[in-house]
Design a protein around this ligand. Sequence first.
Ligand code: PLP
Length: 397
Amino acid sequence: MPRFSASVSALRSSAIRELMSLASRPDIISFAGGMPGNELFPVEAVEELLGGLDLKTKQAAFQYGPTPGLPSLLESLSGFLEQKGLPVQKNRLMITTGSQQGLSILAKAFVDPGDRVLTEYPCFIGAIAAFRSAGAEIRSIPVDNEGLDIAILQEEAARPDPAKFLYITPYFHNPAGILYSSERKQKLIETLQGRDIPLIEDDAYAGLWFHEEYRERLKPIKAIDPDGIDVCYMGSFSKILGPGLRLGWLLAPPAIYEKCELIKQSADACSPSFSQVIADAFIRSGRIGPYITSVRQEYRRRAACMTTALRNHLPEYVRWSEPRGGFYIWLTLPEGSDSTPILKLAIDGGAVFVTGNTFDPEGKRNNTMRLSYCNNTPEEIERGIPIIARAIRDVCG
Ligand SMILES: Cc1ncc(COP(=O)(O)O)c(C=O)c1O
């Protein structure tokens, strides 16, 4: 028997993953993935940009690059982030291999086995996995429609042995779909100030807002630049260009950045140069803004189609909120319900979603389910939602 490390031995394939393998039938309508629609990728624009590059740049695309990222991309991305008001000059910017790598790096930087970290409940599964594989004990703090529960955060912050960090996804949360209110962010800032609990702010869905009136809420905490908190801001090209590039970024205070760079060096030496050349050309060509606008409009259409279908088909006891951006709608069933038998019935009927316990660091709470609308045509949404609604009624009455 190979003698695996303790952290790897604790990793298990979930029953849900096995159930999901049944869902790979070609006829099944999937509301499960958090993947952009294939037909939305800017294939022609990228082809054109690649064709227009000079030989030196094309050669550099095949070459290793510096660990923090290709200088040209660091420069163009800095400009892009400065436009959002992020304090790029006071911090250090690093390109990561997807923002998922940013999570793994930060977990390595801060967590010794048994250390407590704070997340939201529910929480992005990739963050749970990254923190757990570093040996973290995860304390998850519930979110409501405005953000996380400040009273619980205050209790945690007042402990004599404070958690190693707090991880949040305030903008179009995965899976809860919520957008933090400005008031909740302000209270969060006040709670963390001077507490030596770094904040990891994950903004993977930045730019994918649906309504002008909420734009003020999108200002990152990193851009508010509060005194007395080390904010590590993470972003990604996955939803605004393509996840196949595997490119994200981390904007962190210099002392944290230095450790992260050393960790990245041993993880993969550098992120793919080819992808970095493409992302750089995409920003510099000025195409990124119009592209984000076009996908945002498409996701808004898909979200509207799903909310109409949910309104028409779901039983009244299912609670959910209208998405304000991003990819997801989070359904809450009556207390004590279990979404796993619902998933089984839905798969039999031809539609699939993700059960809520996937996003519970304790893997228990399961009266919830995540639906994504990002990768479905309106026709699929109109066919798939009644299947899910029927499965809910069959199980919950
Ligand atoms: C909240 C959140 N953070 C990070 C990621 C990771 O994205 P990537 O590694 O593709 O940049 C995702 C992907 O779905 C996500 O939903």
